[in-house]
Ligand binder design. Structure first.
Ligand code: FAD
Ligand code: FMN
Length: 582
């Protein structure tokens, strides 16, 4: 008997036909007979069903195209939330990762939502770069009459706040699209504004006669409380992997979980909830004239971002205090340059004025968690999760600076203590099939996920070969997880390893130089179907590595630069060139 007894021509929406087929198609003859009798009896009695959902309309659902440009998953998750809301309200959403977007899909769209994050310094998320450039390029198609809305995700700490969302919004309008809902630029605490925007967007994009012609509740429903899935972990190991003579400090942190480790996969990260340095908070409060305020001190240490200085902070300061110098900094257009390399403490120290607790708090935003790649496989470490965290320390404008989370870990967390974390899955940076070869490029802390990959491949006895490129400053003082790699080479979990220690030779050698040196084998592996993974620094390394690979194609295959670029684009499109960079 057919499993799909309800024909596509039935007077129901496509989704409802699917639903009916799921129930009726698998029903037993007794269940079908009962249903037939029940419905016949119901009609004969003139009674009406009280539907859990409002009555379905015979009209096909109106389509909605949702495109997301995401790197760490936030925009992707919101796109899913939007699809759910749209479906509830009679629209038929199609979700498209911008990585897979063909621009022709946009010309065919009647209504379009784009949710886009900004990365690097005003760049598109790595996966989305190709279609983002196409959209911005001269060859982009006209989008006359396409109704659209854009939600931008970003971080006010960056000079190019929400630049990608803003540019997409402008571009869609320039191509003839009709903006039916205004863009919202979200900071790191995006849950509520994004939920509100989704509610508004669904409302604006739903035609009055959409699928279910009923009044619906468009009220914004923020995602579950952000604290809901935080876990308390115990620190079972806390080791500096650099030697005492290194000028770096990179902590191997082993965490264990009382009720079992979260169900992480190799390639996933943990969000770690830090606390601020009490010494910094004390200095800030002193400079602000609020040194005795213990309540504010506790709040600042635990839950406010008291270091970031954004243009928005400067504007709030100027408005709330009326400080003339700060106002003229903004009016003269110099504020953007002035904040570079500075923190909140510099603003208040340089432009002091009487402040109360509320005014000072208004200059801060919620303290955001920091992501760290998981450096272990559950198959090898059971209920633990390992992280590899490099302490960020630098000097700027005459002041010693310390990264909040990395120094919370390096300086204040101790073995036996606790820390709060949350799993941040990344299905776009996962292991390939067991028989596929992998090339992993992970200098510095970029090597963390590859320790998880290698552990997993060993535990599952995966047949594919594994080749690691690692780099750092010196062999003697900075060879992170050296013993692990030696063991892996010995037991075959690693097939090959190439290292680049930039400060061991007069001329600096980085991983991209090693890739170039090994280009013949590299291209041979890739031609044999190998997957290419890059993790770590996004500013320089990831770009240099990609450029080295393009050059390798030109040299080994004798391709023109354009054809070599195309070869790498093909790897990206096939999802064999995967990045997790920061
Ligand atoms: C998906 C993902 C995975 C990650 N995995 C890892 C990992 O495995 N290991 C790891 O160590 N990190 C990892 N990171 C980075 C990590 O999340 C933090 O960004 C990093 O630890 C710094 O956080 P912090 O709180 O210590 O510094 P913050 O307080 O956030 O300060 C960092 C800021 O300081 C400024 N800054 C830093 N250096 C300088 C400088 N030299 N000059 C001027 N300004 C400077 C920059 O504005 C920078 O944004 C990952 C990031 C992502 C997104
Ligand atoms: C390395 C890095 C660079 C970033 N660069 C920017 C930037 O230039 N401008 C901005 O507004 N946000 C920037 N962000 C913030 C992200 O856009 C923000 O975290 C966003 O929520 C990520 O969304 P996604 O998970 O969908 O990728 C950056 C974040 C990281 C980790």
């Amino acid at each position: 008997m057919s499993m799909s007894p309800i024909p596509k021509t039935a007077p129901f929406a496509e989704e409802e036909i699917d639903l009916l087929n799921r129930v009726v198609g698998t029903a037993s003859p007794v269940q079908r007979a009962w249903l037939a009798g029940f419905l016949a009896g119901l009609d004969a009695s003139g009674a009406t069903l009280v539907p859990a959902h409002p009555a379905a309309s015979a009209r096909p659902a109106e389509p909605l195209t949702i495109v997301y440009a995401s790197e760490s998953g936030n925009s992707e998750k919101l796109a899913g939330d939007l699809a759910k809301a749209a479906r509830k309200h009679g629209l038929k959403p199609a979700l498209i990762d911008m990585a897979d977007l063909e621009l022709s899909a946009l010309t065919a769209a009647k209504r379009l939502v784009v949710i886009a994050a900004t990365w690097g310094e005003g760049d598109a998320p790595a996966r989305a770069v190709r279609s983002y450039n196409e959209l911005m390029g001269e060859g982009a198609p006209r989008l006359d009459g396409v109704e659209f809305g854009v939600l931008a995700l970003g971080d006010t700490a960056y000079a190019e706040f929400c630049a990608v969302g803003r540019k997409i919004d402008e571009r869609l309008a320039a191509l003839g699209g009709k903006r039916v809902t205004g863009r919202v630029d979200c900071d790191l605490d995006f849950a509520e504004p994004a939920a509100r925007w989704i509610g508004d967007a669904v409302k604006a994009l739903t035609p009055p006669n959409a699928g279910r012609g009923i009044e619906v509740d468009f009220g914004a429903k923020p995602a579950a409380a952000p604290s809901a899935d935080r876990l308390e972990a115990e620190i079972t190991d806390h080791v500096d992997l650099n030697s005492s003579r290194s000028d770096k400090e990179t902590i191997h942190l082993a965490l264990s979980f009382e009720s079992g480790a979260p169900a992480y996969q190799p390639g996933d990260s943990l969000d770690l909830y830090p606390e601020n340095d009490p010494a910094y908070v004390d200095e800030l409060l002193k400079i602000a004239g609020l040194a005795g305020d213990e309540k504010l001190r506790a709040e600042f240490i635990k839950s406010r971002d008291v270091t970031t200085l954004s243009l928005k902070t400067v504007e709030t300061y100027a408005t709330s205090t009326g400080h003339q110098y700060v106002k003229s900094l903004l009016d003269d257009g110099q504020a953007r340059e002035w904040i570079s390399g500075r923190q909140l403490i510099d603003l208040i120290a340089t432009f002091p004025i009487a402040l109360d607790a509320d005014k000072l708090r208004a200059l801060t935003r919620p303290l955001a968690p920091r992501a760290y790649s998981i450096a272990s496989s559950r198959r090898e470490v059971g209920d633990e999760a390992h992280l590899l965290i490099s302490a960020v320390r630098y000097e700027s404008h005459g002041r010693a600076r310390k990264g909040v989370a990395s120094n919370y870990v390096a300086e204040r967390l101790k073995r036996g203590g606790n820390v709060r974390v949350k799993l941040k899955p990344n299905k776009h940076f996962a292991l390939p099939a067991a028989d596929k070869d992998m090339i992993m490029v992970g200098p510095g802390t970029g090597v963390a996920p590859f320790r998880a990959f290698v552990q997993e491949r060993r535990a599952t006895q995966a047949k594919g070969r594994n080749w690691l490129f690692f780099g750092d400053r010196t062999f003697t003082h900075d060879f992170l997880y050296q013993l692990d790699w030696q063991d892996a080479l010995k037991d075959g979990a690693l097939t090959r390893m190439d290292v680049a220690f930039s400060r061991d030779t007069p001329e600096k050698i980085y991983v991209q130089h090693k890739l170039w040196e090994r280009r013949a084998d590299l291209i041979q592996w890739l031609e044999g179907g190998a997957y290419f993974y890059v993790c770590g620094d996004a500013k320089a390394m990831a770009k240099d590595v990609r450029a080295a690979l393009v050059r390798a194609y030109t040299d080994v295959k004798g391709l023109s630069p354009e054809a070599a670029e195309q070869a790498v684009v093909t790897l990206e499109r096939e999802k064999r060139y995967l990045q997790d960079t920061y």
